[in-house]
Design a protein around this ligand. Structure first.
Ligand SMILES: Nc1ncnc2c1ncn2[C@@H]1O[C@H](COP(=O)(O)OP(=O)(O)OP(=O)(O)O)[C@@H](O)[C@H]1O
Length: 941
């Protein structure tokens, strides 16, 4: 940069050399810092966008030295400015040097300050943006210095001149040293790496497979190196996420969610390779954000854009108008103050909440709600159309939260389009306008103040991170104590611990209040500092204008214009400081929704698939294999055929895979291998909805909606009349009981049907299935012991439901098992036996063993426990088989078990593990193996 002292009294300098050289120097004074800044911003953006900052995994051994050298570069600029200032004071000349020289020095100090801030904030930086800046300095510094020397007046150098030259030389030396440090550090780091890898133990140093770099220099670098884990802590944001990814013991649910979301985001970023392709994945939301098929909404968006530009324009016009009024009042200009005030009032009105702002909102609100509506419905519909694997693996609260996150996508766009972009335009306009009206110093002061403000504001917000974390933690603790006390009130009361709970809560509240106060105070302090910076900028700018006014270079109106303009810039600046944080929060939330939207259903409804043609309901499992996670095989080589109208019961130990067989038939999952056919049609090749229309399911723990009984039953067929519902309920033996409820069919059943007893719940579920009139029935039988009368009613209801329909039951009651036409014994995902009850008893195999155990262990004479199943949620099952036989039936069956009848050859073969083969043979002959029991032949037990 210029040798300031040498170029003082620039007027005389021009006499010494030709004008062109002076002009080149003047341009360089502006171009040099601009070039450094442009290079730094451009390369840093590329580094961030291409994720190089994330993968920079090794601290540079000379980072600290380079930072100090950069600081020295900045100090030399300030020293030159100081020299100029002192000289000016001594000689009473202001400004002492040419304007471009001073602006050049100040801008260079500012630009290298920005570079220094970036370097100090980053533990493991990507170096080319920084080294490139030194490179530009290496080339341009000597050029500027030589030119300055050439344009200097032909006078001998004084002490100040020598001091100035030494400052420039020091700076140049610092630049060379910084570059040398960088290359030397790289070389020694490479050597070290080689030695490291020779010395490295065979075991990885840490879980992430990174060995910690050992450095010969500062401990900061060491600690920075230890922070890295693939996504090295290269910036505040990534360092934060790395730290938080250590699963903390006292991590609260909010933090856990945030951590998981940011881990997902990092993972996706890594997969995508750079920010641009990452951002592109959000294009799935484009049709929901941009009203693709709605011209009028599109027009509104365009008009909103015009409103924003007009606002930018008004932000200049209003302060300008204030200045004009002031000048017209003081007589500096010859305008009519009345007219000017009227113009001012008009401008204010247009810029007010009743003007452009109102128009913008009016234009924007329908667009905003369009996106909210479109995203929410699309997300909900997408989730409903996803398959069982998705719903089984996600917690419902997470899914619901993700769906409601649609808003965050429009928030991001709004923040960028309506706030960030207008704010940037405002800043550029302010810089240009103030430079044009009050000179480049004023423009520089504005930009410098904005830069320092941003830096301080973002640093202070980041510094509050721990305090905020503590606050959220204390909030959760308070919530937990309160919830525990209220939910467990009866325990608290019966153990006389009310006093204890009160004390606990009071401590929790105090703690939360304390932590919240700290955060509040932190924010207040941060704001105070931010406003101090702004005030300093304003005072500097105001002093400059006062100087100009007193020297006749500006008017009093200009002063008023500046004050008004500053007032207008404060609010967007404050907002901009927290923009990064709010965008990253919205991005994390949007990421969760994006993940869902990108999930494809694993069970696909083939396009153009024909509907299932039902021809009686023959179901055939053909060498079916299945695995939930593609690792552990749950079902192996399942094959059987159920003839139309047949009842097939699955028995076996818990976890054997019985319910999974039912899930496959209803296509909640697709088989991994083999096929399932209904009436000769592979269920994957028919329309999914037509398949499910033919199947009625009664789950073990039915879930009802928090609605009336009428609506719950009618859910099976929304067009059903009340009469049809009554009929279904009668068939399910629940009608009379419903009529005894206070509101009859209009009684609300509570959340998940909690207000109904287990027996009632089951029968409502059966009524629902009956109303559907399915062709195939899937029944995961409940095991809860209910009183005899209720049980009879349930059995009766089930009998009506299954009558004449192919039925598959995961059987938990001995009576059901015995009544089935075919019993299939499943062990470890394989069919080990199948046949009728009599045959399997005779075969004396696995089934006979299971049967004899149950008949002894669970006699019928138990207390009725109708409510057992009441709160059974998804996946909560009573797992044993219930002996619901009458005393007489039990003893007669026991007699059979104790002395099984003579085995016939066929049954014996099955019991000896040949069930599948013999089964295939029997099927080939068109009849089930063992002795088939048609519904007409059901045994009376
Ligand atoms: N959604 C799922 N994801 C992964 N594994 C599952 C899932 N559902 C069940 N499993 C596993 O599959 C196996 C078979 O489960 P299934 O529910 O079919 O057994 P089951 O014989 O019906 O048992 P029970 O009589 O206890 O209900 C079990 O090991 C279970 O842990």
């Amino acid at each position: 940069m210029a040798i300031a002292g040498l170029s003082d009294a620039g007027a005389t300098a021009e006499r010494a050399v030709g004008m062109p050289l002076r002009q080149v120097l003047s341009s360089l004074h502006y171009a040099y810092p601009t070039a450094v800044f442009a290079y730094y911003v451009l390369t840093s953006t590329i580094a961030v966008c291409t994720l190089q900052t994330k993968s920079a995994d090794r601290a540079h051994p000379r980072r600290r030295a380079i930072t100090w050298l950069l600081t020295l570069v900045i100090v030399t600029y300030f020293a030159q400015l100081l020299v100029l200032g002192i000289q000016g004071l001594v000689r009473h000349i202001f400004p002492l040097a040419e304007q471009d020289t001073v602006i050049g020095l100040m801008s260079s100090a500012l630009v290298f300050g920005v570079v220094l801030a970036g370097l100090s904030d980053t533990a493991n930086p990507v170096w080319y943006p920084y080294m490139g800046c030194f490179g530009v300095a290496l080339v341009l510094e000597p050029v500027v210095a030589s030119l300055s020397f050439m344009v200097r007046p032909n006078e001998p150098l004084d002490v100040v001149g020598f001091f100035d030259i030494s400052l420039v030389a020091t700076r140049y030396l610092a630049v060379i040293l910084a570059l040398a440090c960088y290359f030397e550090g790289n070389r020694s780091s490479r050597l070290e790496k080689g030695t490291d890898s020779e010395r490295q133990s065979l075991l990885k140093a840490n879980g992430n497979g990174h060995s910690h770099a050992s450095h010969d220099s500062d401990s900061d670098d060491q600690s920075a190196a230890t922070q890295q884990d693939g996504y090295g802590g290269t910036s505040d944001a990534s360092t934060d996420s790395n730290q938080s990814s250590d699963t903390d013991d006292d991590e609260n649910p909010y933090e856990r969610r945030q951590r998981q979301a940011s881990e997902k985001m990092e993972k996706r970023l890594k997969e995508k390779g750079n920010w641009l392709t990452y951002a592109k994945s959000f294009l799935v939301f484009f049709p929901y954000i941009w009203p693709v098929n709605n011209r009028s909404l599109q027009l509104r968006v365009v008009l909103v854009g015009f409103c924003l530009l007009a606002m930018n324009f008004l932000n200049v016009l209003i302060p300008r108008q204030m200045g004009i009024i002031m000048d017209s009042l003081s007589g500096t200009n010859h305008r009519n103050p009345w007219t000017e005030v009227l113009i001012f009032a008009g401008l204010k009105l247009v810029a007010s909440e009743a003007g452009l702002s109102l128009l913008r909102q009016w234009l924007w609100i329908p667009v905003e709600f369009y996106s909210f509506d479109a995203i929410s419905t699309a997300a909900y519909s997408h989730v409903l159309n996803l398959s069982s694997d998705f719903h089984d693996s996600k917690s419902s609260s997470d899914i619901m939260m993700a769906i409601s996150c649609g808003q965050s996508i429009s928030n991001i766009l709004e923040s960028i389009c309506f706030r960030a972009v207008p704010m940037l335009i405002d800043m550029v306009v302010a810089f240009l306008y103030l430079s044009a009206t009050l000179g480049p110093y004023e423009g520089f002061i504005t930009i410098a103040t904005a830069a320092v403000f941003m830096y301080i504001a973002t640093r202070m917000i980041a510094a509050l991170k721990t305090a905020r974390r503590n606050e959220v933690g204390s909030w959760y603790r308070e919530h937990y104590v309160r919830q525990a006390g209220i939910q467990g009130w009866s325990t608290v009361a019966s153990f006389n611990q009310i006093g204890h709970e009160e004390a606990r809560y009071s401590v929790a509240v105090k703690d939360r209040v304390d932590k919240t106060q700290k955060v509040y105070f932190g924010y207040v302090l941060a704001y105070a500092f931010q406003f101090l910076v702004l005030l300093c900028g304003l005072i500097a700018g105001a002093f400059l204008v006062v100087y100009q006014v007193t020297h006749g270079q500006a008017t009093a109106g200009d002063f008023i214009m500046l004050l008004t303009y500053w007032g207008q810039l404060v609010a967007p600046l404050t907002f901009f400081a927290s923009l990064g944080k709010s965008i990253s929060r919205d991005l994390l939330q949007a990421e969760q929704l994006l993940e869902i939207m990108q999930t494809k259903p694993s069970v696909l409804n083939k396009e153009g698939a024909p509907p299932l043609r039902f021809k009686g309901g023959e179901v055939r499992f053909d060498h079916v294999y299945f695995s939930y996670d593609k690792k552990k095989e749950i079902l192996k080589d399942i094959q059987f055929t159920a003839k139309p109208g047949m009842t097939v019961a699955f028995v076996g130990a818990t976890g054997a895979g019985k319910s999974t067989i039912l899930k496959l038939l209803d296509r909640f999952y697709d088989v991994t291998q083999g096929s399932i056919e209904i009436d000769g049609q592979d269920i994957r090749d028919v329309d999914l909805y037509s398949l499910r229309a033919q199947i009625g399911v009664v789950p073990q723990a039915p879930v009802l909606f928090d609605d009336t009984i009428m609506n719950n039953v009618r859910y099976a067929k929304l067009t059903a009349t009340d009469e049809e519902v009554y009929e279904a309920c009668k068939a399910a033996s629940i009608h009379d009981q419903i009529l005894t409820f206070s509101d009859g069919y209009q009684t609300r059943v509570g959340e998940r049907g909690v207000k109904l007893s287990g027996g009632e719940l089951q029968r409502v579920a059966i009524a629902r299935a009956i109303l559907k009139r399915p062709s195939i029935v899937l029944l995961d039988e409940a095991t809860s012991a209910v009183d005899t009368e209720t049980e009879q009613k349930i059995q009766e209801a089930l009998r009506r439901l299954c009558e004449g329909r192919t039925t598959f039951i995961v059987a938990h009651r001995l009576s059901t098992i015995m009544n089935a036409d075919r019993i299939i014994v499943v062990t470890g995902g394989e069919i080990v036996e199948q046949g009728s009850h009599e045959d399997l008893i005779r075969a004396d195999g696995k089934y006979a063993e299971l049967w004899s155990k149950q008949i002894f262990v669970k006699p019928k004479d138990k207390e009725p426990r109708e409510d057992n199943n009441k709160h059974a949620g998804k996946g909560r099952k009573a797992l044993s088989i219930v002996n619901d036989l009458t005393a007489e039936a039990t003893s007669s069956e026991l007699a059979k078990v104790k002395s099984p009848p003579t085995l016939n050859g066929q049954a014996n073969a099955q019991a000896n593990g040949q069930a599948k083969d013999s089964n295939s043979t029997a099927e080939a002959n068109g009849k089930p193996n063992a002795q088939p029991n048609t519904p007409a032949h059901k045994k009376e037990v």
